[in-house]
Design a protein around this ligand. Structure first.
Ligand code: ARG
Ligand code: ZN
Ligand code: CA
Length: 270
């Protein structure tokens, strides 16, 4: 397989009794569109939206496939539809009440949740849990095994490029929220290093992402890095720009992910 790792994925579609394809009971096609985007982005597939020819752009050599076998050894399409009698959730409610009751063995699968985020979390597109015990420098704290994985609002899950049955949340409608969150799940930091001082460029522990002052929300202007002559890599998946702007993981980001994978916490593969 040329060193390519395929991670089996389960997508938990959390709904509150809607018919298939209505609101947060999203279709299989919408789920699959998310897997397609992650594969295009992590494998740096030519011909996909916004292909970036920057020489530091990387094929991360990780890809994703919906699981074919469930934890009991039975065939599955990798999509786990769960009805829970609560319509929307904050992220802390998801962690406390949704993830532990629905998670599949996180050493065997990457768990993804599509949920309706609401209340104090209604503006959150998605969130992730960092790896635990990776041994990789500059890794934020991970979390409990029974909350491991990535979650997104159902309106930012998947890509409108691949057909969805309702309007996704533009400009976050191309599936890059989960590309970004899976980046965290595999150990990547935000390119601005997460400090809140707009004058300081904190490190993301990757030398080929120019130091960035803070999170960016637009691609339109070149933004000077803290390093003279360099510009912030607003098109990196680990910034906060619009989905159509984002189009690169770098070689050093790939190296960081590879270090995490070699140290085993994320070594789930087919
Ligand atoms: N955790 C971030 C948030 O909720 C995700 C940002 C993803 N950005 C994007 N263009 N899809 O704001
Ligand atoms: Zn992030
Ligand atoms: Ca800063």
């Amino acid at each position: 397989n040329g060193g390519i790792i395929t991670i089996p994925v389960v997508v938990h579609v959390i709904h509150s009794g809607q018919a298939y394809g209505v609101a947060q009971n999203i279709t299989d096609e919408q789920v699959q569109s998310q897997i397609t985007v992650m594969n295009n982005d992590f494998r740096r597939m030519a011909g996909t939206p916004g292909f970036n020819t920057n020489p530091v752009g990387a094929d991360v050599m990780i890809q994703f496939a919906l699981a074919k076998v469930d934890p009991n050894g039975n065939p599955t399409n990798g999509i786990d539809r769960v009805r829970i009698c609560q319509d929307s959730w904050t992220t802390s409610e998801v962690n406390a009440n949704v993830k532990p009751t629905t998670i599949w063995d996180p050493t065997q699968y990457m768990n993804m949740w599509s949920v309706k985020l609401g209340g104090s979390s209604s503006n959150i597109l998605g969130y992730a849990q960092f790896p635990s015990n990776s041994g990789v420098i500059g890794m934020p704290a991970g979390g409990a095994a029974n909350t491991d994985g990535v979650a997104a609002n159902y309106r930012t899950f998947g890509s409108s490029d691949y057909g969805t049955n309702f309007a996704l949340d533009a400009p976050y409608d191309k599936g890059r929220t989960m590309t970004h969150e899976v980046g965290h799940f595999l150990g990547l930091r935000h390119i601005w290093g997460d400090d809140s001082d707009p004058l300081v460029c904190a490190t993301d522990y990757c030398n080929d992402t120019p130091p960035a002052h803070e999170d960016n929300y637009t691609c339109t202007l070149p933004i000077e890095s803290c390093t003279p002559g360099l510009f912030e890599m607003v098109e990196n998946y680990m910034d906060y720009t619009n989905d159509t702007c984002m189009n690169i993981f770098t070689l050093d980001q790939k190296a960081r992910i590879t270090a995490v994978m070699n140290n085993s916490p994320r070594r789930v593969e087919l």
